[in-house]
Design a protein around this ligand. Sequence first.
Ligand code: A2R
Length: 316
Amino acid sequence: MSLPDIYAVPGLHPFYMKALEAHFTVHVDPVTKDPAGFAALAPRLMGLAASGESKVPGSLLAQLPALKVVSVFGVGYDGVDVAAARERGIAVTHTPGVLSDDVADLAMLLMLGVARGLPRADQHVRNGLWPKGGLPLGRKVSGARLGIVGLGRIGQAIAQRGQGFGMSIAYTTRTEKPGSGFTYFPNAKALAAEVDFLIVITPGGAGTKHLINAEVLSALGPQGFLINVARGSVVDEDALIAALSSGGIAGAGLDVFANEPNVPEALWSMPNVVLTPHIASATVQTRQAMADLAFANMQAGTAGQPVLTMVPELQP
Ligand code: A2R
């Protein structure tokens, strides 16, 4: 018996691909790779495997009449046209929860790294500069004021870690979380004005585009640090570069960027910035857990069974 056909975007994680290939006939990027054959293949494609950064526009969904599920390997799915999927009765799933610890860990790593100047200190030793002198003093993290923009699964995991560092925790969300025990601010600007470190961990997409703008950065001020582990679109990158280069804020730790994998060259040489290439969930353990969940969603969705983790907008 032939295996069901599915569509896979290019560059999917090998753990996810391995599981898919054992149970499906996987067609990688067939629109581009075989445009002539695509019309014949399209009516057989029952699932679409995507990553958190993939673009899955309504125009693509419209070409896939048999599609039952889009299974995203990632918690963010802002590239998927969920409204178009809803109209066509297509399930959209993601991998919430299994990556929260890793993303929170990386947020702390970036915060500590930029505050204590880890990249520069490492280079200082490697380049043989230690015997010639010391480094500028860092910024103490323990006991400082932490502000979290977005107090969902990952935001709460960050808050827990911040508590472990004796930090005071405040946050902003669209709706107050009275049970959290943390101090609520109605918007990012008001929060930024009251904290030393501002960590951004909302979803991406139109609703949060440039939530962190010049005004918010100005409120964070010359002693404040920005950490972004959400999506590049949430921060106005031009405003951030301007604030970093003028001393408007003290520094930044960034895992996500507006136009990945391209990072503005202005950031490369800044000593008060720590940059990582969107690796927040990139551990063996978490990528395997994400692959297992994304695969389970694909299997359930293509079999017409209830999926495990539907995106919130499509939940009943
Ligand atoms: O919707 P609310 O009020 O419960 O707050 C959510 C918050 N959020 C916002 N906060 C401020 N302004 C906004 N415009 C805004 N829109 C959403 O983000 C909630 O507290 C948080 C999202 O939490 P979860 O849905 O539990 O997501 P999780 O697993 O923490 O992941 C967050 C994002 C992903 O969407 C990826 O883009 C990224 O982390 O890796």
